[in-house]
Write a protein that binds this ligand. Structure first.
Ligand code: PLP
Length: 419
């Protein structure tokens, strides 16, 4: 309550805009994950890894648009690419000069991809991958994991809004149980959709044993394995599947790969993807007015070519490992029951002394403390996701990491009695 009152007092303009927004939008909101109590900050501007809210506070942006903000705000190379696209026209109504170049760059990066197709969002990429798997196998059922998030209509934490596929649900990180479930489903199961690390579920890494068991069991039954790397593809130059050496049949992508503009992609084995070849009399249809929109193609290509090179990917993820280590050290020095989970440039704080194995296990831990941490960090000039998730971006350096650690230590010391 006291933290919320302090927040209200510090943010009168955000509050006024919120009240206005509530008239036309439910709860003043169009993206559920951006809401928090008492109301979310409204942002006026971003530059590099900094944000300025409506009341003029400057914050270090550790939300990083849930991984889509990898390049930082108004990154000059990407801004130039967008300008170029604007100069050359942007609704051309035909294949343009950029899409095949971006496709080749992405295919060259990720080992699971022999072919790729673009969509407008990660949600759409997952829907298309599932649809392709069902058509390819001639089977109906889709296996997902409890608490998994794959988009607005593919959220398995109790949402009533999901796309009406025939689902079967496994437990994340349960290697034996999941393999048994896949075998039991036999030739009814079309595909298994899984994140190799649960991102918004709490940055909970999937064990190699678990992911390999999915690979082995699907290979046995003929179901397709789909890795959702919409968030995790940033975790190495070759994505997380490349780092782990486990190759799915289909891969979905999104977020930063569009340079910070609307983006999604799905791809995989040529044998499956080539069914979309429009020259085939029985080619599968897949349209989408903005699939190849020139702004995204241009920004995505510039970002991958000039900014998120394989070397920078290694560096950014090493910086994330180091920051996570410093936060966990700060906790350990105080002997507090908290833990920072994650890999590389993605992390999340959880109550408890061990990293949760699955999103439902994370959800059972006291979330009020994480809500309090979120408001305390904002008061300390650090913006993270409400659920305790923090993501690195390329413009960050020692000053921003130090500021995060200082704000986190202040939170630990101020709230020690309730932790
Ligand atoms: N898959 C994962 C793992 C995600 O984290 C998200 C978004 O957060 C999506 C899919 C959906 O992507 P989009 O928001 O672009 O539809």
């Amino acid at each position: 309550t006291e933290a919320a009152e302090r927040f209200v007092a510090a943010n009168p303009k955000s509050k006024a805009i919120q009240e206005q927004a509530e008239k036309a939008m439910p709860g003043g909101n169009t993206r559920t994950v951006l809401h928090y109590h008492p109301f979310p900050l409204r942002f006026a501007r971003g530059e590099g890894c900094y944000l300025w809210d409506a009341d003029g506070h400057q914050l270090v942006d550790f939300l990083g648009e849930y991984t889509a903000g990898l390049y930082g705000h108004s990154e000059p190379v990407i801004r130039e690419a967008i300008k170029q696209a604007a100069d050359d026209g942007w609704v051309l109504g035909g294949p343009n000069l950029l899409e095949a170049r971006l496709a080749q760059t992405i295919v060259d990066r990720f080992p699971a991809l022999e072919r790729v197709r673009f969509t407008n969002s990660g949600t759409e990429a997952n829907l298309m991958a599932i649809a392709a798997a069902r058509a390819f196998t001639g089977r109906d059922r889709v296996m997902v994991f409890k608490g998994g998030y794959h988009g607005g209509v593919l959220y398995f934490g109790g949402s009533p809004l999901n796309a009406p596929f025939d689902y079967v649900m496994g437990d994340y990180n349960d290697a034996e149980g999941s393999a048994a479930l896949i075998r039991e489903q036999g030739d009814r199961l079309a595909c298994v959709l899984v994140e190799p690390m649960c991102g918004s579920g709490g940055c909970l890494p999937g064990s190699v044993e678990f992911l390999q068991s999915l690979r082995d069991a699907t290979r046995e039954t003929g179901a397709l394995l789909i890795f959702d790397e919409v968030m995790t593809s940033r975790l190495s130059p070759e994505g997380l599947h490349g780092l782990l050496g486990i190759t799915p049949d289909l891969l979905t992508l999104g977020k930063y790969l569009g340079g910070g503009l609307s983006f999604g992609a799905f791809g995989g084995r040529a044998e499956i993807l080539d069914r979309f070849d429009p020259r085939r009399p029985d080619g599968w249809p897949h349209a989408g007015t903005f699939n190849n929109n020139v702004f995204t193609m241009s920004a995505g290509l510039a970002g991958l070519t000039h900014k998120y090179t394989p070397e920078r990917a290694v560096m950014l993820n090493a910086a994330g490992d180091s920051l996570r280590g410093r936060l966990n050290d700060a906790i350990a020095r105080r002997g507090l029951p908290l833990v920072v989970a994650g890999r590389g440039s993605m992390m999340a704080v959880h109550p408890g002394t061990t990293v949760p194995m699955s999103p439902p296990e994370a959800g059972r831990r006291p979330r009020k403390l994480i809500d309090l941490m979120h408001l305390d960090l904002i008061a300390g000039g650090v913006y993270t996701a409400r659920r305790g998730m923090a993501v690195l971006s390329l413009p960050m350096g020692a000053a921003e990491f130090d500021r995060f650690v200082a704000a986190f230590e202040e939170f630990l010391d101020a709230r020690r009695p309730v932790i």
